[in-house]
Design a protein around this ligand. Sequence first.
Ligand SMILES: NC(=O)c1ccc[n+]([C@@H]2O[C@H](COP(=O)([O-])OP(=O)(O)OC[C@H]3O[C@@H](n4cnc5c(N)ncnc54)[C@H](OP(=O)(O)O)[C@@H]3O)[C@@H](O)[C@H]2O)c1
Length: 261
Amino acid sequence: MGEFKNKWALVTGASSGFGIDFANILAEGGANLVLAARRTEPMEQLAATLRAQHGIQVVVEGIDLAQAGAGLELRQRIQARGLQVDVLINNAGYGTFGDFAERPLETTLDMLQLNVMSLTELTHVFARDMVQRGSGHILLVASIGGYQATPTYAAYSASKAYVLLFGEALNVELAPHGVKVSVLSPGITATNFLAVSGQKSTLYQRLMMMRSRPVAETGIRAMLAGKASKVPGLGNQLTIFSNRFVPRKLQSFLAYQLMKN
Ligand SMILES: NC(=O)c1ccc[n+]([C@@H]2O[C@H](COP(=O)([O-])OP(=O)(O)OC[C@H]3O[C@@H](n4cnc5c(N)ncnc54)[C@H](OP(=O)(O)O)[C@@H]3O)[C@@H](O)[C@H]2O)c1
């Protein structure tokens, strides 16, 4: 999908879930890749497969993006290799499930550092380079959780609301500079998300569960088309659409019910 020959794409969160699919799709389009996440072993395995299958160059960067300044450090490492990032897939992120007041504060702050601060920093450092060159693509992974308050995922859904509004605004700001910015807002998808968040899947989630590859493809297509925002899957689109006719208080009540087992 798409034509990425001789381009370099940075995929964050490339050790699992959507990140692996993004890496595969971009590699199929001929992109060279920088894979970034904490666990290097799964990324090294993916890198070896993609090099063999597509004859592309792949670099693996083990980095904890929830550390302050990690975005800048990653850019420095990439620059030191003499590479420039043409495509940024800002995908690394996680959720933490449970009542806000009962969850450890450190977990919530770590999540916000990754989902919000690091994503913003990475977008800033690479968008500046792209603006200077007059070209580039950026995809931000939000969530349908960003469309309404979601009790038991209070801070997570708020972090994704940030990503959604941030990306939609940048889509307008950066378009005149030749940089396309898109936001992908998936619903529940079969990755490690629930295992990491600590939630047992609910009936609603089992009914709505999508496979990650088609979701990632939808994101790449939206990014290539310069779409501001994309929600993958008809069920998710209907959920978002129906929100328009439901008072906000009722939206969060319903979201709360749907998160319960
Ligand atoms: N799956 C869903 O239902 C769903 C729905 C909506 C939105 N999303 C969003 O999709 C994105 C990808 O998640 P996923 O569903 O693919 O889950 P996943 O399978 O758990 O993958 C998450 C990725 O993020 C990386 N990551 C986590 N903490 C990190 C850190 N501190 N530094 C660097 N990388 C880190 C993980 O790598 P390491 O652990 O190796 O660091 C992993 O590669 C997230 O932003 C998530 O919020 C997912």
